[in-house]
Design a protein around this ligand. Structure first.
Ligand code: SF4
Length: 442
């Protein structure tokens, strides 16, 4: 009897992707086999996203689409059901689940008889091999996400993530290092550190903020790991110590994802953010002086309740002044059950104005970005292999920033035609958010 096939669609953030990778591995250990075709799958699982309205709409679109595409059992899991309530999921599904564990239990029950049969006549050896796998990495050949904690204990007034993912739960140092070592042995060179709140790692376990440095030191000692990229760095006073640490550790990529969300003190106070304008400038000036080549990605929210045009102009000035390398601008999404929802009910910024502000801020940033891109022409960067003829330089994170494409179709053969993990590439041309270049020997 053929193995039951599963199709898993991952939506949302890198943390969800790591969860989907873990779920896929557990499903394979259960005796199912992965499929890339929902039409030809016995079970279709959607690991959903649900933290803001637009994300929920995306989830609803894909669930309906897969329902029409597949006869298989449809399981809707993850953040969407957790955000709206498992009993309130008004979508065409067979089963709904919050966690990986619940999804596994449901799947095992659906295919109980079949799994028992396949297990009986399964290729025991093949099964043992699967049992040995510690982690599936679907990001790219030399890069992987490494999740160090789940949830968040900060209470930003606009954010529903603590309601969805719970308070901060740090993974143990031993578990993180085991996974990092396993990935390094599998050939991974770049680890992208993810969580909701990276510099709070281990604090929920009674540890100190500085524990993150010990963890990063140990990850830096792992043979084969050359790049450690930091995401979700909350801009508070501690991040100044982090900048000092990064300046001392050459394995930490000169790239930081630090969501400032806003720059006006009144708005930041109403967001219950620990950052204030003065501190934000201090952090960024620290970065600019200590690590001038550091690439900075940030996220900003426009249209937060009470955002006057004068407060919005401060955001424009902030972006103009610090010329961020990458910028994500979100329209404020009133999230029921969050404190900002009440503020929104009393004092909304008109939708039209919110959209105009997003447009204006992105227009300003795009001008800055174009200038930064063209300044890279003629420069040589160490780049990591992503896929055929596609690489990323240190200032480009996976999946969200541009790439460096090999222009002249040069062959860069390592042994046996396999691409080397890193190459030096001279930038020749700009192509939107991507760069075109050619291999050089340095
Ligand atoms: S730190 Fe991030 S995840 Fe945590 S509450 Fe604030 S916005 Fe949400």
């Amino acid at each position: 009897m053929a193995k039951a096939k599963f199709f898993l669609l991952n939506l949302g953030c890198p943390k969800n992707l790591v969860d989907s990778e873990k779920l896929s591995l557990e499903l394979m250990k259960l005796g199912l086999s992965p499929s890339t075709d929902p039409q030809n799958s016995d079970v279709v699982i959607v690991n959903t996203c649900g933290f803001i309205d637009s994300a929920r709409k995306m989830t609803e679109y894909y669930v309906r689409k897969l329902r029409n595409q597949s006869e298989g059992k449809l399981i809707v899991m993850g953040c969407y059901p957790k955000r709206v309530g498992l009993e309130n999921v008004n979508l065409p599904y067979d089963y709904v689940a919050g966690t990986i564990e619940e999804t596994l239990e449901i799947t095992e029950n659906i295919f109980k008889k079949r799994l028992r049969k396949t297990k009986q006549n399964s290729e025991i050896k093949k099964n043992i091999e699967i049992q040995r796998i510690k982690r599936i990495n679907t990001l790219s050949r030399f890069s992987a996400y490494l999740k160090i904690s789940e949830g968040c204990s900060r209470l930003c007034t606009f954010c529903s993530i603590p309601k969805i993912r719970g308070p901060l739960q740090s993974l143990g140092e031993k578990q993180i290092l085991e996974e990092a070592n396993y990935l390094a042995e599998a050939g991974v060179k770049e680890l992208v550190i993810i969580s909701q709140d990276t510099t709070m790692w281990n604090v929920d376990k009674g540890g100190k903020r500085e524990d993150i440095f010990r963890l990063l030191d140990k990850i830096s000692e792992i043979e084969g790991i050359e790049w450690i990229r930091l995401f979700y760095i909350y801009p508070d006073r501690f991040s100044i110590s982090l900048i000092n640490y990064i300046s001392q550790n050459p394995k930490i990529v000169r790239y930081i994802e630090m969501p400032f969300q806003h720059i006006d003190d009144q708005i930041l106070a109403n967001m219950a953010r620990a950052t204030r304008e003065k501190l934000a400038y201090e952090i960024l000036e620290n970065i600019r002086t200590k690590i001038p080549e550091m690439a900075i990605r940030t996220e900003l929210i426009v249209g937060f309740p009470g955002e006057t045009d004068e407060k919005f102009q401060k955001l424009m000035k902030f972006v103009e002044e610090f010329k961020f390398d990458w910028l994500g601008v979100f329209e404020f999404s009133p999230e029921k059950g969050t404190p900002s929802y009440k503020m929104w009910e009393q004092n909304q910024v008109p939708k039209k104005t919110v959209k105009e502000r997003k447009k204006e801020l992105m227009k300003l940033w795009n001008e800055i970005f174009k200038r930064k891109q063209s300044e890279k022409i003629g420069k040589i960067f160490k780049c990591i292999y992503e896929s055929e003829n596609t690489y990323r330089a240190y200032f480009q994170a996976p999946e969200i920033d541009g790439t460096v494409k090999i222009w002249q179709r040069q062959k860069n053969s390592g042994q046996n035609g396999f691409s080397r993990s890193f190459e030096y590439i001279k930038i020749e041309k700009v192509d939107g958010e991507n760069l075109l270049g050619e291999f050089v020997n340095v």
